[in-house]
Design a protein around this ligand. Structure first.
Ligand code: XBP
Ligand code: MG
Length: 249
């Protein structure tokens, strides 16, 4: 039986978890970068959902270009990804970028409860830092971006790095993710993980998650008798109880 551990930190994923960035932000930025380079490629919403199996936008581009027979792939992937990131930053600073409902309240509640906050994302630091500065200024103690690791999710390195920088054992923290890839990375690092499904991951299966919810807000139709404390939504208290729940994975 797991000792009731104290929740000392929560490690959040970004894309799909704190904000719905993929379909609205990253995807149009990739397609604009193809246009900038006079390339005929345009990723559809469905195709991009499949391409998300490769974490890290530059690697996503590299694999796509290799599969289409390009030769100067490294230089072209670099140039495309630089252009894409410029377009994404413009979106990020614009009026259409925003957080998932309830994410801001949860982060504020965790800080008020003295729980430390970290990020473990495959996204590039060049936009991750401005994202956090805009939406969560001064809130996150540790930020692990795709640039900081050699192996991206589903490898556990991003979460292991966050735990190292927090100086915490896995039992002292909880991960919040939106995808199977992220869940596998968190579980591989020995973390319990709450999954809040996103537009691209609604139909995925999360057998090793401590709980799977469609979002952070209270749900009328919530019917998990083992976790009644989640019915009122994902609050700091609910996360602490999920973290200590002896029945949770
Ligand atoms: C999301 C990713 C990132 C973004 C694009 O990772 O895999 O690559 O799709 O951002 P996570 P970049 O879910 O861990 O946040 O182009 O900067 O990689
Ligand atoms: Mg994600």
């Amino acid at each position: 039986m797991r000792a009731a551990a104290v929740l000392r930190a929560v490690i959040f994923d970004i894309d799909g978890t704190l904000a719905e960035t993929e379909r609205a932000g990253h995807l149009p930025a990739f397609n604009q970068a193809f246009r900038d380079h006079d390339l005929p490629y345009r990723w559809s919403t469905a195709e991009y959902g499949r391409l998300l199996r490769t974490t890290g936008g530059r690697d996503r581009l590299r694999r796509y270009l290799l599969a289409r027979g390009h030769t100067e792939v490294e230089a072209l992937a670099d140039s495309l990804h630089r252009a894409k990131t410029e377009h994404f930053l413009r979106w990020l600073h614009g009026p259409r970028a925003g957080l998932r409902p309830g994410a801001d309240e949860l982060v504020s509640g965790l800080r008020a409860a003295g729980v430390r906050l970290a990020v473990a994302t495959c996204g590039s630091r060049v936009w991750v830092d401005p994202f956090l500065d805009r939406f969560f200024p001064g809130s996150f103690d540790v930020v692990v971006a795709g640039d900081d690791v050699r192996r991206r999710k589903p490898d556990p390195e991003p979460y292991r790095t966050a735990l190292d920088r927090l100086a915490l054992e896995p039992a002292g923290a909880l991960a919040v993710e939106d995808s199977v890839t992220g869940l596998e990375a968190a579980r591989g690092a020995g973390l319990r993980c709450l999954v809040v499904t996103s537009a691209y991951t609604r139909l995925q299966r999360f057998p090793t998650a401590s709980a799977v919810l469609p979002g952070y807000l209270a749900m009328d139709q919530f019917d998990d008798p083992d976790r009644p404390y989640l019915k009122a939504g994902v609050t700091a208290d609910a996360l602490a109880r999920l973290h200590a729940d002896p029945l949770a994975a």
